[in-house]
Design a protein around this ligand. Structure first.
Ligand code: ADP
Ligand code: MG
Length: 483
């Protein structure tokens, strides 16, 4: 039987406002517990919330970047439930009339091409506090600092059909929110959290299967694993004659399994109703147009510019546009050295590998784009060869010097193109290796090409990598063949 997985994601994005969504309390991460929750965040009697305009602006920017309708009017509602980390007894959210209407994002597919994933809507809401189960023995600690932090919940249509597509969608959302600067996107700190809805059906079946919701899978890797695991569980269950019941499941990364948290029957009825303390939000079309005019160049536009105008491959363009900081780094290096392809090679090559090795982000790169461009220029004007360039890069990375020129000078890496100097080295090498010379001489013509590599290596080594490789090859061949 041919099964098809169907996946819809609900992504919570923590917005990077300085203060809470309805109060002036700080949203800074890492403060002492309960030092950043005010009367309004706690919903004490008699207080009134005031909507944070920055949160509205960020939600609208997200909507515009996802080609969404921005309705003129949206409404805040109370979602009522009891939980220790929610002292108000309700979460202020949006339901019937969200701030962002239907939109979409395009995601790259592994087999090539793109897929459009529709976004059903996105709404603003406040976060709850945090229960800390591990810090106290036999007790649970409650930290209300997070209460009232603005969240944008982005709800997709069930348009994804594999865990890989779900991850690609998440990455697209992650890239958008960081490009827009509306969230730091830090998944480890919970700035982007995801619930995955998963169902399966036979291929060709028009009706959706019964879904399960996997709560709070908080890394790209866990999303992929949790979804794959859930797809397998559901298929096995159905093939064994059972049926999927709609429920919420929790992913356990240690055991790599999902387990039931609550079923639909136990699900809460939240008794949503419009919040009497907050007026409906009405947005002036001129305000929305103004925000539209402030949109930065977005990932899709960057990718297109990189391929169409700069002539990069789809792959390089995809990698370089995946983060705004990386794209900015590449753009700056290109601007300074004037060669986009060389800059792309270095950024996706040495720079990316070194960042990866040292566990650094592009913003923490010890080599600034200005320094990289300085290095590339010395390659372009043939001051150094490719081998020496790698040494220069390593020295800049280790912060041994500030500019490529300083490294070239200090290490004597200037490429030797002077044929006299190269010839002198060659003569020495030939003299030192009579056996190899003899082998070469007695070898057939078609074997000689390979054998010359030995001499090239020796000469390069003797020149500490500074000899011009083309000149070395040429001169060696002439000398050997004349013997
Ligand atoms: P609820 O009201 O229970 O939150 P929604 O209709 O809002 O349910 O859907 C929540 C998420 O679940 C959306 O992202 C949606 O795409 C997804 N979803 C809905 N039905 C299915 C299904 N049968 N299989 C997979 N995902 C689904
Ligand atoms: Mg929902």
């Amino acid at each position: 039987m041919q099964w098809e997985a169907v996946i819809g994601l609900e992504v919570h994005v923590q917005l990077a406002t300085a203060s809470k969504i309805f109060s002036g309390a700080s949203t800074a991460f890492g403060a002492a517990p309960n030092s950043q929750a005010c009367e309004i965040d706690l919903g004490l009697p008699g207080v009134l919330p005031v909507l944070n305009e920055k949160a509205v602006e960020m939600a609208v920017l997200f909507g515009l970047a996802t080609h969404a309708d921005i309705p003129e009017r949206s409404v805040f509602e109370r979602k009522n439930y009891f939980y220790p980390d929610l002292p108000k007894g309700y979460q202020t959210s949006q339901m019937a009339e969200p701030i962002v209407g239907p939109g979409y994002v395009d995601i790259p597919l592994e087999q090539g091409g793109i897929k459009r994933v529709r976004i059903h809507h996105a709404h603003l809401e406040e976060d709850a506090g945090k229960s800390l189960h591990e810090d106290f023995h036999g007790m649970t600690g409650i930290d209300l600092n997070r209460a009232g932090t603005p969240l944008l919940e982005v709800v997709s249509e069930p348009d994804m059909n594999s865990a890989k597509e779900a991850v690609a969608y998440l990455k697209a959302i992650h890239s958008l929110i960081t490009y827009l600067g509306i969230s730091d996107g830090n998944m480890a700190e919970g700035s982007m959290r995801c619930d995955a809805n998963v169902s399966v059906r036979l291929k060709g079946e028009p009706k959706l299967g019964t879904r399960c919701e996997i709560k709070n899978v908080n890394s790209f890797r866990f999303v992929e694993k949790a979804i794959n695991h859930e797809i397998e569980r559901q298929i096995e269950l159905i093939e064994d004659g059972g049926r999927v019941v709609q429920e919420t499941r929790l992913y356990d990364p240690d055991k790599d399994e999902t387990r039931s948290m609550r079923s639909k029957e136990e699900a809460n009825d939240y008794r949503y109703f419009p919040c009497p303390d907050l007026l409906p939000l009405v947005l002036d079309p001129a305000y929305i147009d103004h925000l539209r005019s402030t949109l930065p160049e977005l990932p899709d536009q960057k990718r297109e510019r990189f391929t169409q105008q700069l002539g990069l491959s789809d792959y390089d363009a995809g990698v370089l546009s995946s983060s705004r900081a990386l794209a900015d780094y590449f753009d700056r290096a290109t601007q300074l050295c004037g060669d986009a392809k060389l800059a792309a090679n270095w950024v996706t090559g040495e720079v990316a590998a070194s960042l990866n090795r040292d566990g650094l982000d592009i913003t923490q790169s010890p080599v600034a784009p200005e320094q990289l461009a300085g290095l590339i220029k010395r390659l372009q004007d043939n001051t150094i060869n490719g081998k020496a360039a790698k040494q220069v890069f390593a020295a800049l990375w280790a912060e041994e010097a500030h500019t490529a020129d300083e490294v070239i000078e200090a290490k004597g890496l200037k490429q030797v193109t002077d044929t006299g100097a190269i010839e002198a080295i060659i003569d020495q090498i030939l003299q030192d290796n009579p056996a190899q010379v003899e082998q070469y001489r007695s070898a057939e013509e078609d074997k000689r090409g390979k054998m010359i590599g030995f001499f090239v290596g020796q000469v390069m080594k003797a020149s500490r990598g500074t000899a011009n490789p083309q000149a070395v090859n040429q001169l060696l061949k002439t000398k050997l063949d004349a013997l």
